[in-house]
Design a protein around this ligand. Structure first.
Ligand SMILES: [Cu+2]
Length: 288
């Protein structure tokens, strides 16, 4: 037992060493087929749905649709049933991916920013926002940040700060792609399998239907035709951009403010490194 354990450890160390050296050239990521699995090849691997929450239902009480908020700090208040906030999701320890020690939570997205994690139903501040129109999107997630893909648990609407000005960016009934993960910083073992997860509204994925093209560091990695969680493997240390593009059944990009989201993440950032890009700060530090 002892020897085999040691052998496994050595292998793991060797794999880490391989992953750590070289591989900075963009060219070695050209293999987009998932059969290539060297440590330097970035691949997107299809995952399985986590435990189901068929009764999940989320209502955003405030800011309500079209509400004009007259406060310096916007407070979010929701009603969530069918998902217990702060409870661990069964299986979180064995998935080998990052999860929140604080359990199940709600992903709250303002405009096109990275989500903020909300662990309570009220008194959640999303900070100060510019006057005018904003978009709020919210949905519950398992402790490992996989969205609960139940239509009644997803909310998206426009609200206003201080004044009813600006053009609402959400169009009712139109296909909507909502980026959720990956987000922020990943460290240690959490870097081996990084959850790629999004929410889809008014669009069904399929080979002859809508699709999501996923790119990493500007290179197309996969065309996703199933609405399931995915995992990114083989990410080298450093900063990476993850971008998604919703494609219509006609093969063309789907118009819409939110249908080509992009976020920057960091893998094993040096402790002394400067903060992530401005769009990510604050959100990332609010954690999980
Ligand atoms: Cu989360």
């Amino acid at each position: 037992m002892r020897f085999s354990h040691l052998a496994m450890s050595s292998l793991a160390v060797a794999a880490l060493a391989l992953a750590g050296c070289g591989g900075d050239t963009a060219d070695d990521t050209a293999a987009s087929d998932s059969t290539a699995t060297g440590p330097k090849v970035v691949a997107i691997v299809k995952g399985e749905h986590g435990p189901a929450f068929p009764d999940a239902r989320l209502t955003v009480i405030s800011p309500a649709a079209d509400e004009v908020v007259n406060a310096d700090s916007v407070m979010v208040r929701v009603s969530l049933t069918g998902v217990e906030l702060k409870a661990p999701t069964p299986g979180e320890q064995s998935k080998g991916i990052n999860f929140s020690n604080d359990g199940q939570h709600i992903h709250v997205i303002i405009d096109d920013k990275p989500y903020m994690a909300m662990y309570q139903q009220d008194s959640f501040s999303v900070g100060a926002l510019d006057p005018g129109a904003h978009t709020l999107r919210a949905f519950p997630s398992r402790s490992w940040h996989e969205s609960i893909k139940v239509p009644a648990a997803f909310v998206a609407h426009t609200f206003y700060v201080k004044e009813k000005s600006g053009e609402p960016k959400l169009k009712a009934g139109e296909p909507l792609l909502t980026y959720s993960r990956p987000k922020g910083d990943y460290k240690g073992d959490d870097t081996k399998r990084v959850l790629l997860d999004f929410y889809l509204t008014n669009a069904e994925l399929g080979p002859d239907k809508y699709k999501v093209v996923a790119s990493i560091d500007g290179e197309v990695k996969d065309t996703l035709t199933e609405w399931v969680p995915y995992f990114i493997e083989g990410l080298a240390d450093g900063e990476h951009t993850v971008s998604l593009q919703l494609i219509g059944p006609d093969g063309q990009p789907v118009p819409g403010e939110f249908n080509a989201p992009r976020q920057t993440i960091r893998v094993n950032p040096a402790e002394t490194a400067s903060a992530a890009p401005a769009t990510d700060t604050g959100m990332a530090s609010m954690g999980h």
